[in-house]
Design a protein around this ligand. Structure first.
Ligand code: DAH
Length: 339
């Protein structure tokens, strides 16, 4: 029996656990009411007298070891609990990181910026609340000019001088007023027009304005720049320039890109022609250069302006422009992208 006790002492000493249930089971096994120690104590009376002393000493040793073991393991457990409340459970797997999605307008805007940055254009910005000079007058649209009606304007309160910009062309003016040629800049931003909201048009939308001013700039430079741009953005190089009119450019043109007619959205967006009008452009009118303090005898340049929303609808096959401003997470989540 003494040998049995000694085996138990070895087992007790070798025991370890960091789980509360296992430690408790261990305690019950040795120290519980019906545990081994009580069992051995009860056997004491059957031990031959000459062995009683050794048996007594050994059983006390076992009791001591088991009690010590339980208390050290429990202490260690408590300590770890303390760590957990301080740091949380360090052994848990990491939380999966939810990545957000960029808005399709931002994706397309960034693509446009990236393409033009490759040919030396920087990015400039201007205010959304503009004055009459930057939005109209400096752009060769003096008061009472009929072309002001091309864009239905939101005025701020009753002051006719303060308005929500109707186009990002206002940034051209601001940039030329503060920078000397050579100028190569694009200006993305939000613009506002008092228009009925439908699947194809909204009262606010986004544009990118482009401006290139230097000596000896020609219409051929404009065309080549746009050709490069449409090839890079759409992967389509077939463009056409239709003569048009803008007060701030002379000559002026509208640019169409041949998109094709593969899907229903293509059909709707191109009104069944396959051609998509993507921007207005032209050679900056000398009056505009002079209004902004640039010598029109020395410098010339081109400008263009395009709507980002329509391009985003087309590239991502979205059939209704209103989806872009509804903030519906189910819609936005579909644009996970690295751009
Ligand atoms: N500002 C014009 C619009 O909003 C677009 C535009 C046309 C901008 C011709 C230009 C340009 O810079 O040269 O409709």
């Amino acid at each position: 029996m003494i040998d049995q006790l000694k085996e138990h002492i070895v087992a007790v000493e070798g025991f370890t656990s960091s789980k509360a249930e296992e430690i408790e089971a261990f305690r019950i096994k040795y120290l519980g009411k019906k545990g081994l120690l009580n069992h051995f104590f009860a056997e004491f009376k059957n031990v031959p007298p000459d062995q009683k002393k050794e048996f007594g000493q050994t059983i006390n040793l076992l009791k001591h070891s088991a009690t010590e073991k339980v208390s050290t393991l429990k202490e260690a457990l408590e300590e770890r609990k303390g760590e957990k409340t301080q740091y949380g459970d360090l052994t848990r797997p990491g939380e999966p990181l939810e990545l957000g999605a960029r808005h399709p307008i931002s994706i397309v805007k960034n693509q446009i910026i990236e393409i033009f940055s490759r040919i030396g254009f920087n990015v400039s910005e201007g205010p959304e609340i503009e004055d009459d000079w930057h939005n109209f007058t400096a752009l060769n649209l003096p008061e009472y000019h009929p072309a002001r009606d091309m864009q239905d304007t939101f005025f701020i309160q009753t002051d006719p001088d303060v308005l929500l910009r109707t186009h990002t062309s206002s940034v051209q003016v601001r940039y030329m007023e503060t920078h000397k040629p050579p100028i190569r800049t694009i200006s993305p931003g939000r613009v506002y027009r008092n228009e009925a909201i439908s699947a194809r048009s909204h009262c606010f939308f986004h544009q990118v304005e482009g401006l290139y001013i230097d000596t000896d700039v020609s219409f051929a430079d404009l065309k080549q720049t746009l050709q490069f741009f449409t090839t890079e953005l759409f992967g389509k190089s077939e463009i056409r320039l239709r003569p048009s009119y803008f007060p701030f450019t002379e000559p002026s043109a509208e640019v169409d890109v041949y998109w094709g007619l593969e899907t229903e959205t293509d059909y709707k967006m191109t009104k069944g022609t396959g051609w998509l009008e993507i921007m207005g452009c032209g050679m900056v009118d000398p009056n505009v250069l002079e209004n902004c303090g640039i010598d029109s005898n020395k410098y010339s340049g081109f400008a263009f302006g395009m709507g980002i929303d329509r391009i985003a609808l087309l590239l991502h096959q979205i059939s209704d422009i209103r989806l872009l401003s509804e903030n519906d997470i189910r819609f936005l989540e579909q644009f996970r992208s690295s751009f």
